[in-house]
Ligand binder design. Structure first.
Ligand code: LLP
Length: 444
């Protein structure tokens, strides 16, 4: 990176300098109060003292605010905001969204069980994913799932078979692959012909015709999801146009739909990206959507929770040298894999405002035995051992992608609301990690 569009971030060949106060001014729920970072009205010190580190912390107001933003922006049309559970599936996060009236997008029976445990209604759930088994379909039908977003002919045949056995009628939507370039990281681009997702645009009408023949299937919708962390609205419009062509073609052969589902994918600002705002995204799509006279579903994940969350981590060891400065922190790639997996850049903020005179460029790394174990590279920070750092944008695809690699127990999670905080996931212990194996050790 060698340019910036924000005064809070300066990117150069040397690295990234973030001006903490100006940076958090863009995030509704973070602020520095008496030079200490606060999430809503709770300061990081009290969180670290109470729960330790590494610690995921989420803001209830930020989650509700983003959900409400979608709900309000699409108010002109009948709609369902199906929060994509994979982005952050903590039960307390889901419960907040259930109470706000959200619907849900799931990709596994495990996620369905989470939605139900959080008090969600199965009839407001859409079930996406390329590999649904007969057992998955059975469990979803028994729970009364709202709609299967189907991704293959095999899946349609399986749904017919299982629904018949259960004497139920399954609602389906065909996920169309519109062959549109989302312009995002290749690992999270899903709407291109050579991605594994959906049914090719050219084949979709024939697949609908086949589905229409089945006795225990009711066609209710059409859907697409072209990728994640999209910052521009144009690819969404290109995909919508392709889907509208199909809706017209289906109408001509007597297949009419009740809803159109545009998936998720709207991006967020991690460092200095300028993603289209939810309201502008809606305003760009609404004229075309209103003309369709169908109910609109959306499946946002990241844009609801990413900037509601931070990962707090303690600087354990500083290793400055002539060539490179490493700050080894107590979070690692097992806690937050996005930088290692997608070369994602996320902001690292001091939690106490430092004297910048002593700042240097540091690589923020974990203690896992891999060179790929980094959380951020070349960040201009003034550090001493024991400092607490906050990685922002960590509310989406953070904890949910964490693992126990290197036998590291996973972090605790906390929800903040105004001046209160509450543990929403207990920190794992090493004993728990060994339990599933210990009882199986042979005695000789
Ligand atoms: N609907 C479907 C069918 C999806 O596959 C996804 C995300 C979403 C909705 C939600 O997309 P969002 O609004 O969150 O962009 N782990 C990656 C992101 C993977 C996204 C997978 N699918 C990351 O950390 O960037």
């Amino acid at each position: 990176m060698n340019s910036t569009n924000s005064t809070s971030v300066i990117s150069s060949d040397e690295g990234i300098q973030i001006q903490p106060q100006a940076f958090v001014a863009n995030l509704s729920t973070l602020s520095y109060q008496q030079d200490i970072l606060c999430i809503e009205d709770v300061d990081v010190d009290s969180l670290v003292q109470t729960y330790g580190t590494p610690l995921y912390v989420y803001s209830k107001q930020a989650i509700l605010g983003a959900y409400q933003d979608y709900d309000d922006s699409f108010a002109a049309i009948d709609h369902q905001i199906c929060y994509s559970v994979k982005a952050n599936s903590n039960l307390s996060v889901l419960q907040i969204l259930v109470q706000a009236g959200a619907s849900f997008d799931i990709v596994s029976v495990g996620e369905l069980q989470r939605v139900l445990a959080a008090g969600g209604d199965a009839s407001k759930v859409v079930y996406s994913g390329v590999g649904k088994t007969q057992a998955d379909i059975k469990a979803a039908l028994e729970a009364g799932i709202g709609c299967f977003n189907v991704e293959s002919v095999t899946e349609i045949e399986r749904i017919q078979q299982v629904a018949k056995q259960l004497d139920k009628v399954a609602h389906i939507s065909v996920r169309v692959n519109p062959n549109v370039d989302a312009g995002t990281h290749p690992y999270i681009s899903t709407g291109l012909r050579n991605n594994k997702f959906g049914i090719a645009h050219e084949d979709a009408v024939a697949v609908y015709q086949q589905a229409a023949e089945y006795t225990h299937i009711q066609i209710v919708g059409i859907d697409c999801h072209i990728g994640s962390q999209l910052t521009k609205v144009e690819p969404f419009i290109a995909a919508l146009d392709k889907v509208i062509e199909l809706i017209d073609a289906l109408q001509q052969i007597g297949i009419s739909l009740q809803h159109i589902d545009l998936g998720g994918g709207l991006g967020v600002r991690y460092i200095d990206e300028t993603p289209v705002k939810i309201a502008d995204f809606a305003a760009a799509l609404l004229p075309k959507l209103q003309a369709l006279k169908l109910k609109v579903f959306l499946e946002p994940g990241r844009s609801i929770v990413a900037n509601a969350g931070v990962l707090l981590t303690k600087v354990d060891v500083l290793k400055p040298s002539e060539h490179k400065n490493f700050a080894v922190v107590d979070a690692a790639m097992n806690d937050l894999i996005r930088p290692a997996l997608y070369q994602a850049q996320m902001a690292v903020l001091p939690t106490v405002l430092p004297d910048n005179a002593k700042a240097k460029y540091w690589d923020i790394v974990g203690a896992v035995c891999e060179t790929g174990d980094f959380l951020a590279k070349q960040r201009h920070l003034s550090l001493i051992e024991g400092d607490i750092l906050a990685i922002t944008g960590a509310g989406a695809y953070g904890f949910v992608m964490s693992s126990n690699y290197n036998t590291r127990p996973r972090a605790a999670e906390v929800m903040v609301s105004e001046d209160t905080h509450k543990l929403i996931r207990v920190r794992e212990t090493v004993e728990q990690l060994l339990d599933n194996e210990k009882s199986l050790l042979s005695l000789h």
